[in-house]
Write a protein that binds this ligand. Structure first.
Ligand SMILES: [Zn+2]
Length: 85
């Protein structure tokens, strides 16, 4: 089991808030990259997480092995919703 190698989302979220991790624009070919931002660590390395630009929800995403369909589906719902907070 390699679960321990992966930081869970709450840890990543806390690191983002603390400034250990930051958000960086990813210039990918897919249109989802205009709606999602790559989470990078303090050395500018890509983590296995991306964040939705609108709701800042984190998604597991590994470049090269993860597909963008989950992200696209979320973006569809998230960016097209007109609900006011
Ligand atoms: Zn969203």
């Amino acid at each position: 089991m390699a679960d321990q190698e992966y930081e869970n989302k709450s840890v990543v979220k806390r690191k983002l808030q603390q400034g250990d991790y930051s958000l960086k624009k990813f210039n990918g070919r897919s249109v989802v990259w205009s709606k999602f931002t790559q989470v990078v660590d303090d050395k500018d390395n890509y983590t296995n997480y991306v964040a939705c630009n609108k709701c800042i929800i984190l998604f597991c995403f590994k470049h090269g092995s993860s597909g963008t369909s989950t992200l696209a589906r979320h973006a569809d719902r998230c960016f097209n919703s007109n609900c006011k907070v």
